[in-house]
Design a protein around this ligand. Structure first.
Ligand SMILES: [Mg+2]
Length: 135
């Protein structure tokens, strides 16, 4: 069975800005140690790495796609350089007030992991918010 590390993005891999939105490259700042330690996890363990992130209003006027992807792609490329490749990336684009089941701590984006293929008992969520703990 496969074990998974469900990894939050903002506040874990990169610094979350005060306005919670990384919508320009200038705002992209890596969390210290992330390349060393995630690289170690990737090379020395057999966890699948899965990014799970809430990006409020992505694709709407308040957070256009073209402002999101440059920083996201730069992050992925930098991690890839250290051997860190995500098996899957799940992005919820809703706002908290919509209360969608896809938004963390909801699990509607993650139902494929609820199968006998996955060892959820030995899988973990790494995040910085209460909603990550709840997930
Ligand atoms: Mg976070």
């Amino acid at each position: 069975m496969k074990k998974v590390l469900f990894i939050d993005r903002d506040g874990v891999l990169i610094v979350e800005p005060v306005d919670h939105q990384i919508d320009e490259l200038q705002k992209l700042e890596f969390i210290p140690g992330i390349f060393t330690w995630l690289g170690k996890i990737a090379s020395e363990t057999d966890y699948e790495l899965v990014m799970v992130t809430n990006q409020d209003g992505l694709g709407t006027k308040s957070f256009p796609e073209e402002n999101f992807w440059p920083a996201q792609n730069k992050l992925l490329k930098a991690l890839e350089g250290e051997g860190v490749v995500f098996n899957a990336i799940h992005i919820d684009r809703s706002f908290a007030e919509e209360k969608l089941p896809t938004r963390k701590p909801g699990t509607a984006m993650l139902t494929k992991y609820f199968s006998e293929e996955y060892d959820l008992k030995n899988s973990y969520v790494i995040g910085d918010r209460i909603t990550d703990i709840q997930l």
